[in-house]
Design a protein around this ligand. Structure first.
Ligand SMILES: NC(=O)c1ccc[n+]([C@@H]2O[C@H](COP(=O)([O-])OP(=O)(O)OC[C@H]3O[C@@H](n4cnc5c(N)ncnc54)[C@H](O)[C@@H]3O)[C@@H](O)[C@H]2O)c1
Length: 410
């Protein structure tokens, strides 16, 4: 029976991971540690909290005494660290909080885990860790910085069974990533992030995540602590807090509000369905080589503006299919169209393009993203239509004030 300490388990990806693991394994225990910031919501894991395999602790990963207490009272095998301040816009407003949670908090977890997991020293003076323990740091592709948009309008990655770019990717590996996908991916540039891409974070958020990655690596190099780092592209799916692009746009369409798009909307992101991310993390915990970094994602690039247009289109289609959804609308369904889009001043230092090459994770662990974007985005929008109560619950007064500050004065 393995015990997982899942930090940030009341947030978007952490909660999806708790659900994924409980469904997949019977013989595990989970301790969810979450500070319940604006982004954490216990309602998201209400059902899971009734499961006798799950315990919940409200608290801060940077609180040494609390983490000591959790380790002293539970036989923890794996720390899966999702807890973070995760929104770039908020990091531009308040960078310090990001350093405190994302860097200092991570170092605190590492240090307490090390103190509880070490069972001796080897002849060279390195600590010896007990078996079956690992610290998994959930990181982001944003630590690699931004990529160029060599093809502003995108181009197909494969034509006539040949790769259209020559950057070291192999068609054979690529086909493993694209398994089951009917649509050939579009790419917007020649380069992708690999695990060897030098770190070049640009925002306070990504810098704090890069700082955390470095200290996690340092614990491996210096103390031989068993760690892995996963770096993932943009996630989407159920339980995503409506400040991030996809859930925000869905919410605004339903409320008949304008759809604020930064700059020209041509920034490119690489989208991954959240359950595929959870699958990748599980694979890395169980099969990842100690000390290694794994990219999770793969060839789902799209411009923000096209995502927004697609959301408008799918919402209209879903409403046509099921007129019950009309009851949710605070807008005439005829007015759900691209006229809702409004361009607002661009984010400071807005990264142009992210795109992940997950070849290493594919080759070593057999990972591939199972949910094509066309399927995942419909599923996600339908989930939001069916779960309006959840949206109401997470959108507090505090969030309203923040929203006005970020968008309404632009
Ligand atoms: N969302 C993405 O697209 C994406 C992509 C790649 C990587 N990531 C990484 O995945 C992780 C989870 O992202 P998310 O989108 O679920 O974030 P989120 O903001 O939805 O959730 C973060 C959770 O952490 C909790 N938390 C914040 N500070 C804490 C602290 N000091 N102590 C304990 N708990 C705290 C919050 O209450 C919340 O429940 C983050 O580390 C993020 O950097 C996210």
């Amino acid at each position: 029976m393995k015990t997982y300490l899942i930090t940030g388990g009341a947030g978007f990806i952490g909660a999806n991971f708790v659900k994924y693991m409980l469904k997949k394994y019977n013989d595990i225990n989970i301790i969810v540690l979450d500070k319940l910031t604006y982004a954490g919501n216990l309602g998201t894991i209400k059902k899971e909290l009734n499961d006798n395999r799950v315990k919940f602790v409200k608290g801060d990963i940077a609180n040494r005494e609390l983490i000591e207490y959790i380790f002293a009272n539970n036989n923890i095998n794996y720390v899966v660290n999702f807890a973070a301040e995760s929104h770039v816009d908020r990091s531009i407003e308040n960078p310090k909080l990001f350093l405190e949670t994302n860097i200092i908090g991570t170092q605190n977890l590492l240090d307490v885990a090390k103190a509880h997991w070490v069972i001796g020293k080897n002849e060279k003076g390195y600590p010896i860790f007990r078996d079956n323990v690992k610290f998994l740091q959930v990181s982001t592709d944003e630590v690699y910085g931004a990529l160029d948009r060599d093809f502003p309008d995108g181009k197909l990655l494969i034509e006539e069974k040949k790769l259209t770019i020559d950057n070291g990717l192999s068609l054979e590996e690529l086909n493993k990533v694209l398994k089951d996908r009917e649509v050939i991916p579009k790419i917007f540039g020649k380069k992708f992030f690999t695990e060897n891409t030098p770190l070049d974070p640009r925002s306070p958020y990504s810098s704090s995540k890069a700082g955390a990655d470095m200290i996690v690596r340092a614990y491996n190099e210096t103390y031989h602590m068993p760690i892995n780092i996963t770096r993932c592209s943009n996630n989407y799916g159920p339980y995503h807090f409506p400040e991030k692009l996809i859930p925000l746009m869905i919410k605004n369409v339903l409320e008949g509000k304008k759809l604020p798009v930064y700059g020209d909307g041509k920034q490119v992101r690489d989208w991954l369905y959240v359950e595929d991310h959870c699958k990748g993390i599980d694979m890395v915990i169980n099969g990842g080589k100690i000390g290694e970094i794994y990219n999770i994602g793969g060839f789902n690039e799209e411009q923000n503006i096209n995502i927004v247009k697609l959301i408008i289109k799918i919402i209209r289609e879903l409403i046509e299919e099921n007129t019950e959804y009309e009851k949710i609308l605070k807008i005439e369904k005829e007015n759900i169209n691209e006229e809702l889009i409004t361009y607002v001043q661009d984010r400071l230092g807005h990264d142009a393009r992210y795109a992940i090459d997950p070849s290493k994770t594919v080759k070593e662990l057999g990972f591939y993203p199972e949910t094509p974007f066309t399927v995942g985005i419909r599923k996600t929008i339908k989930w939001y239509l069916d779960n309006q109560e959840w949206v109401k619950e997470v959108v507090s007064g505090d969030y309203q004030k923040y929203y006005e500050k970020m968008y309404e004065s632009r």
